[in-house]
Design a binder for this molecule. Structure first.
Ligand code: ADP
Ligand code: ZN
Length: 292
């Protein structure tokens, strides 16, 4: 019997549900806005019910923070998210009411780094880090083929950064003000300039400031983890012209202190583009099915 895997990418603005085959090829994919659990989850359940007979496992990558501790009473919950209707929501518990297949549970960015690691820019490597620069900034990291998780999952998007000398924006993170997310995520750009990132010209001088924050992110990540590749994705990275400024500013920050791979292979876009998390969820679902 052909096996199919389910993927749920639960993002802050939209949910993407998909069915994939053994090779992680997407067979069917739907997307809907993230509303309340009462509105959104019935759509998720209805989608997978159509494919229930062939479904071997479901992988979930969710916005967070989430509880990833298998022995915790609240494993499978979204925890202290600022999205109030989803606070302390038993995501996996709800799915288990409807499906009896194995399920995996991780953050959306962990799913994305895993997807890139198995089938994208990290394929064939032992280590990779993925950042999304979108509505928020989130990061996931792989070392020796495993997601880095300790007391809980990383929250690398909230690292501290230095202000660009020409940037006096106070920051938009509700918790930290001028952390990386507070300075460089989409809403920070909009709050600072009164315009969304997609409405700024490609040659707007702001992009050099944005690149300076992303270069610090890559610099910190390099020194902390020395990964083989750092992948930058998410809506704000649609400004592809920024990549050269990020690489240049990073080179200046490192100042030859450590050796890094050739920058064109080191600081890159996601090879799977917007499907990184979906592929990562398929891959985790497949492993859960194999070990079940
Ligand atoms: P999410 O983070 O919710 O999953 P995205 O990764 O698409 O979604 O990020 C959305 C953010 O990216 C918004 O703040 C939006 O303004 C910004 N964005 C989307 N497209 C572009 C673009 N072409 N250039 C710059 N910013 C963009
Ligand atoms: Zn923050």
């Amino acid at each position: 019997m052909t096996k199919f895997y389910g993927s749920i990418e639960a993002g802050g603005t939209k949910f993407v549900c998909a069915i994939g085959d053994e090779n992680f090829k997407i067979i069917e994919r739907v997307s809907f806005p993230t509303e309340t659990p009462e509105e959104t989850m019935p759509n998720v359940i209805a989608f997978f019910q159509q494919h229930q007979t062939d479904l071997a496992a479901i992988g979930v990558g969710s916005f967070g923070p989430i509880d990833i501790h298998k022995d915790s009473k609240t494993y499978g919950y979204i925890t202290s998210t600022p999205k109030l209707p989803w606070q302390h929501y038993d995501f996996i518990g709800e799915l288990k009411k409807h499906f009896s297949v194995p399920m995996t549970w991780t953050t959306d960015v962990n799913a994305a780094v895993y997807g890139e690691y198995v089938a994208g820019s990290g394929k064939g490597l032992n280590s990779a880090v993925y950042y999304t620069i979108g509505t928020g900034v989130g990061g996931g990291a792989i070392q020796e083929g495993r997601l880095i998780e300790g007391f809980s999952h990383p929250e690398m998007g909230h690292m501290q950064v230095k202000h660009h000398p020409e940037d006096d924006f106070a920051g938009a993170c509700p918790f930290h003000g001028d952390c990386l997310e507070g300075m460089a995520a989409g809403p920070a750009i909009e709050k600072r300039l009164g315009k969304k990132g997609q409405d700024l010209a490609a040659d707007d001088p702001y992009w050099e400031i944005e690149a300076y924050y992303l270069a610090q992110c890559v610099y910190n990540t390099t020194l902390l983890l020395r990964p083989e590749v750092i992948i930058l994705g998410g809506g704000v990275m649609k400004q592809q012209q920024m990549m050269k400024n990020v690489r240049q500013a990073f080179t200046k920050l490192v100042n030859d202190y450590v050796e890094v791979p050739a920058l064109e292979q080191y600081i890159v876009f996601p090879a799977l583009e917007d499907n990184a998390a979906t592929v990562g969820c398929f891959a985790m679902a497949k492993e859960a099915a194999l070990h079940n």
